[in-house]
Design a protein around this ligand. Structure first.
Ligand SMILES: Cc1cc2nc3c(=O)[nH]c(=O)nc-3n(C[C@H](O)[C@H](O)[C@H](O)COP(=O)(O)OP(=O)(O)OC[C@H]3O[C@@H](n4cnc5c(N)ncnc54)[C@H](O)[C@@H]3O)c2cc1C
Length: 380
């Protein structure tokens, strides 16, 4: 067993570390405070080719494996969760279905510009009445004169109001639950397709999250991604990667908070010495280090399973749960170690504390994922 990254992976990681330290970390507070999408930063990251990380070199990507992608997700999130969320949406969920199921024209018009930074992508499952339970999807698509007409409303959509195109989950068949669901590509500017309200958020600021409304939106037949009723199958190809990604993001927030906690514990003096000399503070540092290390190992193992064609379903679900719970623990302990300063907006600890909460939902809530993993383990 070898825990070391390959030379290529380590070289890649170092480049991303430099990018994040030089460009993202210095902007993180501003992104959080202004709560605006930093388009200039986006263009820089896109210009370096990272939006195409997981796609083949033949289309301008870097052909990276899941482990290399996890390294990127962790580092970019260490810089700014809000910015990372917009970037990763484009790299993974927003473009995956167009890449896998889009015809040559859609790939040319939407996919390629999106991985070069010229277009912003998103994916839309969630509705007011259905989040975890996608079987409750009420957005409908019906055939009419060789086209598809979509009606419904999506909410909580990352990049939603900014997106140039969206992969929209809609019901095409009379079947109940997850059967009869399909994905459609809908482009900005299509009559009837509009942005609804933006959602002000506790954390993960700087990425715009909001509603998208479909009012008799007509799209051509080729915008059906992956065939009628195929949404579940399409999603199955993506879910493990979303969970590995969310776990990696959690490691990024946790790492940023942990570094602040260590620095503070070394520098803050109380009762005549650094607070880090107290056993209880040392124990916190040890517990934080242990949980972060375990989280990262599980995320990397799940990525390795995926890269080696093994069944990663349970591993990816548990990696996500473990990494996010570790992250929540670490951001909380950081605010405790920092005393009142862990409660001050002036310090990053508050931002990490707020941002970490966001990771609870993407890729499945922990109730859903533990139920899923437990079912796989028990075979029940
Ligand atoms: C910042 C942000 C960005 C997002 N971006 C996107 C996006 O781009 N596209 C998109 O489609 N969605 C997006 N989402 C939505 C996200 O995917 C949903 O929040 C998530 O799927 C959970 O759905 P819900 O919030 O409706 O919760 P619900 O599904 O209503 O769940 C509420 C609670 O009930 C629990 N619960 C539900 N069912 C069960 C069960 N069977 N057993 C036990 N407990 C259960 C849940 O675990 C949770 O605790 C985003 C959310 C956030 C916060």
């Amino acid at each position: 067993m070898d825990f070391a990254l390959t030379g290529e992976q380590e070289f890649f990681r170092q480049n991303v570390v430099r990018l994040v330290d030089d460009l993202v970390v210095p902007r993180a507070r501003e992104i959080d405070q202004k709560d605006e999408f930093p388009r200039d930063l986006w263009e820089k990251v896109a210009g370096l080719g990272y939006l195409g990380l997981r796609y083949p070199e033949s289309v301008g990507g870097m052909d990276a494996d899941n482990l290399t992608c996890a390294l990127f997700y962790e580092e970019i999130t260490r810089g700014s969760v809000g910015f990372a969320q917009s970037v990763i949406m484009n790299m993974l969920m927003g473009t995956d279905l167009v890449w896998r199921f889009g015809g040559p024209e859609l790939r040319e018009r939407c996919f390629l510009p999106a991985i070069r930074g010229g277009k912003i992508a998103t994916i839309c499952f969630t509705e007011e009445q259905s989040g975890s339970d996608l079987g409750g999807t009420q957005t409908r698509a019906r055939r009419e004169d060789g086209r598809w007409i979509l009606n419904g409303k999506k909410t909580w959509i990352t990049n939603g109001p900014l997106a140039d195109f969206a992969c929209v989950l809609a019901r095409t068949g009379p079947e109940k639950g997850l059967a009869g669901l399909s994905f459609f590509l809908v482009e900005k500017g299509t009559p009837g397709f509009s942005a609804g309200q933006n959602i002000p958020k506790m954390g993960c600021r700087g990425t715009v999250t909001g509603e998208l409304v479909l009012d008799n939106v007509s799209v051509p037949a080729e915008n059906l991604l992956g065939g009628e009723g195929s949404a579940l199958v399409a999603l199955e190809g993506l879910l493990d990667q979303i969970r590995i990604m969310t776990g990696a993001m959690a490691c990024g927030v946790a790492e940023a908070a942990f570094r602040d906690a260590v620095r503070y514990a070394r520098e803050r003096v109380a009762f005549g010495g650094p607070i880090g000399k107290n056993q209880l503070i040392r124990a916190k540092a040890a517990d934080m280090a242990a949980r972060l290390s375990a989280a990262r190992l599980m995320v990397h193992k799940a990525a390795w399973l995926k890269d080696n064609g093994r069944d990663a379903r349970t591993g990816a679900a548990l990696a996500k749960v473990t990494a996010v719970e570790a992250c929540l623990f670490i951001v909380d302990e950081t605010t405790r170690i920092m005393g009142a300063y862990g409660f001050a907006e002036e310090y990053d600890a508050v931002r990490f504390f707020r941002d970490a909460r966001f990771l609870l939902y993407g890729g499945g809530t922990h109730e859903i994922l533990r139920n899923f993993a437990g079912r796989n383990i028990l075979g029940t």
